[in-house]
Write a protein that binds this ligand. Structure first.
Ligand code: FAD
Length: 715
């Protein structure tokens, strides 16, 4: 706790202690109020302005310190100032006092609560961001919920103080009027409990439930409005129609079929989608060949004098296609038909919330379904750069058709796809110029990760141009030229082929979404809620078309939620769990990450400690000639709880699995350290980084005493 917090805490404790020590509570009782009523009224008649000020100040102090007595003070307001003026004064004083208590709780305790219950508080904060004002209003309406508890608890959330103030003032008006009104007839009141008769209390509870009911009604009206212009079929041909047979669509269909639902999967192009045909599989196959060549070029490092490789570029690209063909049966029509999925090879178009029209070679057919899952994926973004239309540019969609090796290639983009392909093609002997407008490659990773990759790329001959913005493409004397801007200067880069790798856009047009009004997010992906549902509760979306992460394993992860919520959501709905998201970039050095890195932690204002282990020191990495990279773990200060891990080095994508499991199941670094890792393996790096953390947290005092004990034993 900081010094200022400690001081404030002492001041608060002192004031509260004094209140009880001097028995000031005694002044805030019904009897005292009744006996002093005449004196107070006389004072008010003599000094009306001062009386209001003193009363309001006392009210604010009592409520801001969360002292007992606010109810008596409210009665006093009615007794002394009458219904109208009393209500106005109490309404402002109680809201100001409540807000001060709220701010004090936030200042004193929010950080330590965040430290202790970070994950849970994050979920609560997310709820409060969307619905906080609404729930506060409900709590304020029902005077059963203690006033001071609401102030203090709300202070621990991320609710804005301004919102807290006005919602409190509005929500407390009804209760304030009842108490102030009771105060106007003070003589008739014998106890506080009599003020709220069961009937009045019942009305308050009803009032409190009103916003909840209103919310439910609004959402029901909203839902019925989206469906209002459609006629729901009486019967359905199938339980789910899935649009797109990429990673998201295949897994949705698989799960639906596994739980015996009737599922129809529609694919307009190739089974397996991007991952199999133009994404993960061909890129990793290409990377394998290029890595093999890179290793041959390092043969002397391994004691082999003269290893040489001759190859044809076309053969390597053919091998890539061979690998795609070898993996294709996993995603094939035959396999999924056998699993119980009805597959239609055709183009789907949503024509109503329950109907999909499919264009097949023989015509069209309409399939009705209780639910629809959109898994239509994404495509490479083609930027509006002047002159690009005159260039036969490449993207991750068509680069796989290359058979003739270009001499010079510009790779536009320094993200994972750009980096993987830039290095792979460079290793096949193409001169690569990689253009990135930001100051670093792999900008989502920490500084030293980008530095390690950039250094390796440059060492391998890739011309990495950072802070270069592509401005124009032109052809001069038959030579293609990219004109870029770098720090205000024009840079001209001649090339033979250009590969665009500057992001991917979700496929959201041309298949009915705009016709029926499926909402899109600001990022132009299909807008889904926490359950993967669109604004039509029976239409779901998963994978690249929904985002926010564009990976095969995330598409598959979301697909589970889309399928289960589509089929069983009427009974129980499951929120997509994004708590532990891993990914890897398959460059050399390989980069893998799960959870937070340092730049995320700083952006989100999350306190952390760093433990780093250099893989250059690892026996197996040394033996393999791969002694480079590091494992970097972020933990909670003073705790072994893992907040995030970045691994740079050989097989980083495999090594990180241990941390993904640990984070998912709440295992800390002590558990990783206490687990036997096979010697000599790269996985030992995980144990060693846990050892680094342990050494940094060694109980120094205790060890000094132990040392003394050993010294004494030697005497
Ligand atoms: C070069 C590259 C490398 C990558 N490497 C990796 C990696 O190593 N690891 C990783 O996790 N991710 C990687 N990705 C990302 C991964 O490929 C995607 O995240 C994944 O394919 C998304 O799956 P999806 O099901 O959402 O979409 P897709 O796989 O794109 O599937 C969508 C399918 O929907 C079909 N479709 C669209 N509209 C219709 C319609 N109207 N009717 C019928 N069918 C339709 C499309 O034809 C397509 O087959 C890579 C991507 C690229 C481009």
């Amino acid at each position: 706790m900081t010094k200022s917090r400690i001081i404030l805490l002492i001041v608060f404790a002192g004031l509260i202690g004094a209140f009880f020590y001097f028995d000031l509570q005694h002044y805030l009782s019904l009897e005292t109020l009744k006996t002093k009523q005449e004196t107070i009224e006389a004072y008010r008649s003599a000094h009306p302005g001062l009386a209001i000020t003193i009363y309001a100040l006392i009210y604010i102090v009592v409520t801001s310190l969360s002292l007992p007595g606010a109810a008596i003070l409210t009665l006093a307001g009615g007794a002394v100032f009458g219904l109208l003026l009393g209500t106005v004064i109490v309404s402002f004083a109680s809201s100001i006092g409540a807000t001060l208590a709220f701010l004090a709780a936030r200042f004193l305790f929010r950080d330590s609560v965040k430290d202790k219950f970070g994950d849970r508080l994050k979920a609560i904060d997310e709820g409060v961001t969307g619905e906080g004002a609404f729930y506060l209003f409900t709590l304020r309406l029902v005077p059963l919920f203690p006033f001071f508890v609401i102030n203090l608890v709300m202070g621990l959330t991320n609710l804005k103080a301004r919102t807290f103030y006005w919602v409190s003032q509005l929500g407390m008006i009804a209760g304030t009027i009842v108490y102030v009104n009771a105060g106007t007839q003070l003589g008739k009141i014998d106890s506080l409990s009599g003020i709220l008769s069961p009937a009045l209390l019942g009305s308050f509870i009803l009032l409190g439930f009103f916003p909840l009911m209103a919310k439910k009604i609004i959402s029901t009206v909203k839902v019925s409005k989206v469906y209002s212009k459609w006629t729901k079929p009486i019967h359905f041909d199938t339980n789910i129609v899935v649009i797109g047979a990429g990673s998201g669509g295949l897994v949705t269909s698989y799960i639906a079929a596994a739980v015996k639902a009737k599922v129809t999967l529609i694919e307009k192009h190739k089974m397996g989608g991007d991952c199999l045909n133009t994404g993960c599989v061909p890129s990793k196959a290409l990377i394998r060949s290029s890595k093999f060549l890179a290793q041959i070029n390092r043969s002397s490092e391994f004691g082999i004098k003269d290893a040489k490789a001759t190859f044809e570029f076309a053969d390597i690209m053919e091998r890539v296609q061979g690998i795609v063909q070898a993996v294709a049966p996993h995603d094939s029509v035959e396999r999924y038909t056998e699993l119980g999925v009805d597959i239609i090879e055709g183009t789907a178009k949503i024509i109503s919330p329950w109907e999909v029209e499919v264009k097949i070679p023989k015509g069209t057919k309409i399939i009705s379904a209780r639910s629809i899952v959109i898994a239509a994926g994404a495509r490479p973004f083609v930027p509006p750069i002047p002159g690009l239309e005159n260039i036969d540019y490449l993207t991750s969609d068509n680069v796989w058709n290359l058979r003739e090796k270009p001499r010079r290639m510009v790779v536009l983009g320094g993200g994972p796809i750009g980096c993987e392909l830039a290095q792979a093609f460079a290793r096949l002997g193409i001169h690569i110029t990689q253009i990135e407008m930001l100051p670093r490659l792999l900008i989502r990773e920490d500084q030293e990760v980008s530095a390690a990759v950039t250094e390796k790329f440059r060492k391998e001959g890739i011309d990495v141009r950072l802070e270069h913005t592509a401005k124009q493409f032109t052809i001069e004397n038959g030579e293609k030229i990219l004109i870029a801007e770098h720090q205000g200067n024009e840079v001209r880069i001649p090339f033979d082929q250009v590969l665009l790798a500057i992001g991917r856009v979700a496929n959201t047009t041309g298949y009915g979404l705009e016709d029926i009004g499926v909402e899109l997010s600001p990022r132009r992906t299909v807008q889904v809620d926490a359950f993967q549902a669109t604004n039509y509760p029976n239409i779901f979306a998963c994978g690249d078309v929904a985002g926010p992460y564009q990976f095969t394993h995330i598409a598959a992860h979301q697909a589970w939620y889309a399928a289960v919520n589509a089929l069983f959501g009427d009974f129980k709905k499951f929120r997509t769990d994004y708590s532990v998201i891993p990914w890897a970039t398959f460059t050399e050095p390989e980069v893998a990450r799960v959870g937070l890195n340092e730049q995320d932690a700083k952006d989100q204002n999350i306190a952390y400690e760093v433990s780093t282990y250099g893989i250059d020191d690892l026996d197996r990495a040394i033996a393999d000639g791969e002694a480079h990279g590091f494992v970097k773990v972020l933990t909670k200060p003073g705790k072994d709880k893992i907040l995030g891990v970045t691994i740079v080095g050989e097989h980083a994508g495999d090594l990180i699995a241990e941390f993904v499991l640990a984070m998912k199941h709440g295992l800390g670094l002590n558990k990783v350290l206490g687990t036997i890792h096979i010697y000599p393996t790269l996985a030992e790096a995980n144990k060693y980084v846990a050892g680094v953390w342990k050494r940094n947290h060694a109980p120094e005092r205790l060890l000094q005493w132990v040392a003394r004990y050993h010294a004494w034993r030697r005497k």
